[in-house]
Ligand binder design. Structure first.
Ligand SMILES: Cc1cc2nc3c(=O)[nH]c(=O)nc-3n(C[C@H](O)[C@H](O)[C@H](O)COP(=O)(O)OP(=O)(O)OC[C@H]3O[C@@H](n4cnc5c(N)ncnc54)[C@H](O)[C@@H]3O)c2cc1C
Length: 532
């Protein structure tokens, strides 16, 4: 392999109105021959609005085919070898593979397997994209919840109605391959090198449609309203599966079911699939006027037409407890009821590409570790086992539904009232369309969650003045990540003891977010031998 050289380049500053390519500017300003460039990634991108003239600042990682010695160009060592490289293309799967779930993980896996020559059937319990968009619109306007087609289930999975932030902490080969798969179906190539690409739900829908076209053009078969209900193992191998009442023989079953299909998770446990508990986080969605966040982050004179709606990420460590942090912030977005059960309520945030909405919302959550779950189980007189996390989430969601008074009205409280122990009836306007019920959230949330949120509010208000005064807390945020993980064999990714059964993505506890879920889907396809 030809030797390459890796560098980090700090301090590239650009006028926010300048829409030219930051990589091209960096090569020009640092006198790097563009022909020497092998790869470029923007690893950090921020707006510095403290000065009278705001600037955008970038940190880049450059790989070149020859060495360069320049001011502010920091040489980096060789990248760590990725274990996946060793295993690429060595796993023989049967010719026909059934993938369950069309979220970012399932569709990425299905396309990559079809590209390798497999006959892939993709089962999705919910409806196709167009039907789903109509169902979501009706639900938001007050219709009953369809438990199969909603903000979490249906074509594109939980990824469709999201903020569409494509941020990841890692940029490994599979992440790059996932982004490339999206570029190949028409997404903007800049998602491959930008630090914080944002699509919004409108572009996510275009992407979801493009991925389906690609899958079907490869001969893939998409089956909607096809829910995996059961499967049978004979002599340690997957032998058949039942999809919406129809049983067929199946040799390879890939589960990419997300973390909200609790019925399917329970069915898997009943069939002997092992689970282990993992940490997650719960709390509320907190909403503020976007204009207030813009003013605090950019200063009073900043032009958001040029800079875009302002973001924040906040975290607070506390001495005795698990602390709290903001999660999945949606500038200019809206708060949604993201649930699949008509007795449960959970919230999350979505935005459109323009991020032009009146409000900023963010998850405002407290990590939940084993220790907190054990205490909670003892206090509530319930068993403490691998399912405690799921039961903890479910109880919070049911209590929230009841506290809201039904109809998916969400319990809500001003942040100031939450700290003062008051239930103010004068809730501010909100993006949450199903209505809010003035509530005392300290009686809903477990004590350790309320007390950590209270401490964090004071801390966040120091960092963004007005965070308390203008903050509206909408409960609950419970599905930040899966409380469970399915162990899998390192070499084959199979569920231990069951040949032909694979558990991938967020529902299996191996990813968190759109991009890493797609990358985990590719992890299996990457290991499969090519059939043509
Ligand atoms: C409102 C919201 C906003 C979000 N915003 C972001 C964001 O901005 N950036 C980000 O990175 N992440 C975001 N996320 C998280 C992201 O959407 C998930 O991490 C990602 O979609 C997980 O991908 P997945 O394919 O593993 O599972 P999912 O997307 O959950 O897909 C699972 C699919 O499996 C199907 N399924 C389940 N059970 C069965 C069954 N028995 N039979 C057949 N099909 C089944 C479901 O219907 C679903 O379509 C957001 C999530 C929500 C809810």
């Amino acid at each position: 392999m030809k030797k390459t050289f890796r560098y980090r380049l700090h301090g590239l500053a650009m006028d926010p109105r300048d829409t030219s390519d930051p990589v091209e500017k960096a090569l020009r300003d640092w006198r790097i021959d563009p022909r020497a460039l092998v790869q470029a990634t923007i690893t950090r991108e921020s707006v510095d609005a403290r000065k009278s003239k705001p600037v955008k600042r970038f940190t880049l990682e450059l790989v070149t085919d020859r060495p360069f010695h320049r001011h502010m160009l920091e040489p980096l060592g060789d990248p760590k070898p990725e274990p996946d490289d060793l295993l690429s293309g060595s796993l023989a799967l049967p010719e026909r593979v059934h993938v369950v779930g069309s979220g970012p993980c399932g569709i990425a896996c299905a396309i990559a397997l079809a590209e390798k020559g497999y006959r892939v059937v993709l089962h999705e319990r919910g409806a196709d994209l167009a039907t789903r968009i109509l169902a979501a619109r009706r639900f938001i306007k007050g219709a009953d919840l369809d438990p199969e087609t909603n903000f979490l289930f249906g074509e594109g999975g939980a990824g469709t109605f999201t903020d569409g932030k494509l941020t990841t902490r890692t940029r490994n080969r599979l992440v790059q391959a996932a982004l490339k798969q999206w570029v190949d179906v028409g997404e903007d190539p800049s998602i491959q090198w930008r630090a914080k690409p944002h699509l919004g739900t409108d572009r996510m829908r275009v992407l979801v449609a493009g991925l389906r076209r690609r899958f079907e053009s490869l001969g893939g078969e998409f089956r909607f309203l096809s829910r995996l209900e059961d499967f049978e193992v004979r002599s340690g191998k997957v032998a058949s599966a039942t999809f919406s009442g129809k049983t067929e023989s199946v040799e390879a079953l890939v589960l990419a079911i997300g973390h909200s299909a609790r019925d399917t998770l329970e069915m898997l446990a009943a069939r002997g699939v092992g689970f282990e508990a993992k940490d997650f986080a719960v709390g509320v969605r907190i909403e503020h006027p976007q204009e207030m966040i813009d003013r605090r982050q950019y200063g009073p004179k900043a032009d958001t037409g040029v800079l875009g709606a302002a973001e924040y990420f906040l975290s607070c460590k506390t001495q005795a407890g698990p602390g709290a942090h903001s999660f999945c912030m949606c500038p200019g977005g809206e708060v949604l009821p993201t649930t699949t059960d008509s007795r449960e309520l959970a919230t999350n945030g979505m935005s459109f590409r323009a991020r032009a909405g009146t409000w900023a919302n963010s998850g405002f959550v407290v990590p939940v570790h084993r220790q907190e779950l054990t205490t909670w189980a003892a206090r509530n007189g319930v068993p403490d086992d691998v399912w405690t996390g799921v039961n903890f989430q479910r109880k919070l969601e049911r209590d929230a539904y009841a506290m809201g008074g039904g109809g998916f009205r969400a319990p809500a409280q001003r942040a100031g009232d939450f700290l003062d122990g008051k239930v103010g009836q004068d809730l501010p306007e909100s993006s949450y369309a199903r209505g809010l019920a003035p509530s005392d959230l300290t009686t809903l949330l477990p004590e350790f969650v309320s007390s950590e949120l209270a401490k964090a509010l004071v801390d966040f208000d120091r960092k963004i003045p007005g965070f308390i005064r203008h903050g509206l807390m909408i409960a609950p945020e419970t599905r930040t990540s899966s409380p469970l993980r399915v162990p899998r064999e390192a070499a084959t990714l199979a569920v231990p003891g069951v040949e032909g059964l694979y558990a991938l993505g967020e529902g299996a506890g191996w990813s968190g977010g759109i991009v890493t879920s797609a990358a985990d889907g590719l992890r299996l396809a990457d290991r499969a031998v090519a059939r043509r």
